[in-house]
Design a protein. Structure first.
Length: 224
């Protein structure tokens, strides 16, 4: 999946220049000439990084950044603010609205590209951390679930064994088969419980819930 960069600037020259330069680096580039259109594109395409001018009509870069960082689906998007305002107070104001980095106009092309690459690396690390935390939470839940099932399951399995032994040879064939079915399925559950508990010391494995699906489930099959 290609990396998406959104460029928002009312200056057509800057939009065209960055579109051409970033496309040459094999990024997917979206452009807008104001913050309102930029916000619509961001919500629709969820870019990995945004480069935005500060001074724009309809919605300026500062307010645009505020909306991006307030959106739960976009708040971790790396945001670079382009501005001719380069005082410390201006930068503090931009940071208070969520900007991650600044470039002063007129900007140096190589420096901007470098900052974009750094921003994308940071975005990748954030995404990897988010996935790790998500999987860690699932692991902890799975292990807890396994421990909670283990004790009552053990009692049920023992009770079935004792029941079958007490009835002995007088047990009707149909009842014997029913008990054996319960024991067999109880052992299947016990195997799953062992795998759940073992996740505490193993790398979590996931597999698609359905073919070509983005939804994944824990792989307890034991296959690699």
């Amino acid at each position: 999946m290609s990396v998406k960069i959104l460029v928002v600037d009312d200056d057509i020259y800057i939009r065209s220049f960055l579109h051409k330069r970033l496309t040459a680096l094999e990024y997917e580039v979206l452009t807008a000439d104001n913050g309102i259109t930029g916000l619509e594109l961001a919500r629709a395409h969820k870019p990995d990084l945004i480069v935005s001018d500060w001074m724009m009509p309809k919605m300026d870069g500062k307010d645009f950044c505020t909306h991006i960082k307030s959106d739960k689906n976009l708040r971790y998007t790396y945001f670079i603010l382009l501005t001719a305002r380069d005082t410390a107070d201006d930068k503090i104001e931009g940071m208070e609205h969520g900007a991650d980095d600044f470039m002063t106009k007129p900007f140096n092309e190589k420096e901007l590209i470098t900052r974009i690459k750094v921003g994308l690396r940071i975005t990748t690390l954030q995404q990897e951390l988010s996935v790790f935390q998500h999987r860690k939470a699932i692991t902890e839940l799975a292990v807890t679930f396994g421990h909670e099932i283990n004790n009552p399951l053990g009692i049920i399995m023992l009770s079935l064994q004792v029941l079958k032994k007490k009835i002995g040879s007088d047990i009707p064939p149909e009842l014997s088969r029913e008990i054996d079915t319960c024991i067999t399925n109880g052992n299947r559950i016990a195997d799953i419980v062992k795998k759940l508990i073992s996740l505490e010391n193993e790398v979590l494995q996931f597999k698609p819930y359905l073919k070509d699906s983005d939804i994944h489930m824990l792989d307890l099959s034991g296959k690699t």
